[in-house]
Write a protein of this length. Structure first.
Length: 275
């Protein structure tokens, strides 16, 4: 004999409604304000689109983008090379070597990049004769080379702290295990410690690259015609504020593309940790 269960008479639990608190109302109003601002900017860009200006200054803006990309890429690579001895100094138990590395990092991380750029570009002119005598005036008289020099030293300090902190974060048991296997310190560092440290440092490295892209606009102040430099030139000829808005949009797109690529690389390099 088959029994059929009687339908349940219990009511489903009531879902509590969210109350309209002051914080929720404030947040909603701010979201609406940002949405209205974004729509107004889009409308202004579409309504004020001028094909003649785009045809005249578009190639200059594109060349500025390429200058910015080269400036940041070269500075990041040179900064990574410079950061290696700084990392060694930061991890050294020698108080003199450690103090020099700390002083370098403290100065370049504690002072504005703008002040550093001015110090190199305008300060080099105070030592023209000395620089000419050693053949370096050809380098320091060029604003582009001064920007690369300053940016490289600046990002090297940050990269050194990122890598040194990541190395310190590796458990000491890794050193002990490598020592018990008879590995040499050099082999231990590059085969055991550094691969683990780079995974930890990967995301901070991405943040540093993004900060350098945004900070590269400083180069325009010393006459480097990067994206911001070309934007300033176009604005001086047209007095059209939309040019700066387009420059901001280009910076935003560049940062977002880089962020997406960095996330893909991070997922690729850390896929073994998710198993």
């Amino acid at each position: 004999m088959t029994y059929i269960d009687a339908p349940s008479t219990e009511r489903p639990p009531m879902v509590a409604r969210r109350k309209w608190t002051g914080a929720r109302i404030t947040g909603l109003m701010l979201m609406m304000l940002w949405a209205a601002l974004a729509l107004s900017i889009v409308y202004m860009l579409v309504d004020g689109y001028d094909p003649e200006k785009v045809a005249k200054y578009g190639p200059r803006i594109l060349s500025g983008i390429w200058v910015t990309v080269k400036l940041v890429a070269i500075s990041i690579v040179l900064g990574a090379l410079i950061s290696i001895p700084v990392v060694i100094g930061r991890l050294s138990h020698n108080p003199i070597i450690g103090g020099i590395a700390f002083g370098y990092s403290y100065f370049f991380r504690g002072t504005p990049l703008l002040a550093q750029t001015f110090l190199v570009y305008y300060g080099a002119g105070q030592f023209t004769d000395a620089l000419k005598s050693v053949g370096l005036w050809v380098f320091f008289r060029d604003a582009y080379f001064c920007a690369i020099f300053t940016f490289s030293l600046n990002t090297a300090a940050y990269q050194a702290e990122i890598l040194a902190g990541a190395i310190r974060a590796v458990p000491s048991g890794q050193w002990q295990a490598a020592d018990s296997l008879g590995l040499r310190p050099f082999t231990t560092m590059f085969k055991v410690i550094l691969p683990q440290a780079l995974i930890t440092a990967l995301r901070p490295y991405g943040n540093e690259v993004i900060l350098m892209i945004k900070g590269s606009a400083i180069a325009s102040i010393i006459t480097v015609l990067d994206l911001m430099g070309q934007t300033r030139y176009a604005f001086s000829k047209t007095y059209d504020l939309q040019i700066y808005i387009w420059a901001a949009v280009i910076y935003l797109i560049t940062v977002e593309v880089l962020r997406r690529l960095w996330e893909m690389m991070e997922r690729r390099l850390t896929r073994h940790l998710k198993r």
